[in-house]
Design a protein around this ligand. Structure first.
Ligand code: DQA
Length: 146
């Protein structure tokens, strides 16, 4: 199984960005942790981060046929990007939404996810653990739908 982790804007700043909200792990630390977890389960994991909405749309489109699942922390684009939602639906990609924080317990403008209805499901609020849980969700879903 091959899984693409797509990370949206400002997630390249993890570690230094509002650590009281997002924790102290850098994105590269999370990537190492997730890759190790993937190896233990025979899952190939690829990580990508972009601050640009269009690049994320292109990545979603290009993932079709190349990856079994896209696990997406769309960051701020979660709450604004119809383009990203359309890309998931249009490309027929199996997507899982993840967030470090519990977006439902935060500012009202973060409580709506435009991409959620195009995803298999969503995981949020477990800090870096949301990435591991996202991978576990993909493994479970794949086993159940084999
Ligand atoms: C986030 C939540 C978003 O609201 C925010 O814009 C982010 C990170 C999270 O992982 O908790 O950049 O997606």
């Amino acid at each position: 199984m091959k899984v693409l982790f797509l990370n949206g804007p400002n997630l390249n700043l993890l570690g230094q960005r509002e650590p009281e909200i997002y924790g102290s792990m850098k994105l590269s630390d999370i990537e190492d942790m997730v890759r190790e977890h993937g190896e233990r389960h025979g899952v190939e994991v690829v990580f990508h981060q972009s601050n640009h909405e269009g690049e994320l749309v292109t990545q979603v489109q290009q993932s079709a046929g190349n990856y079994d699942y896209v696990i997406l922390n769309a960051a701020a684009y979660t709450h604004s990007s119809i383009g990203l939602k359309d890309a998931i639906v249009g490309a027929g990609v199996k997507a899982i939404e993840i967030h470090l924080t519990n977006i439902h317990a935060r500012e009202s403008y973060r409580q709506t996810s435009i991409i959620a209805q195009s995803c298999i499901g969503s995981i949020n609020g477990f800090e870096a653990g949301s990435y591991i849980l996202g991978l576990e969700a993909a493994i479970l879903h794949n086993n159940a739908n084999d």
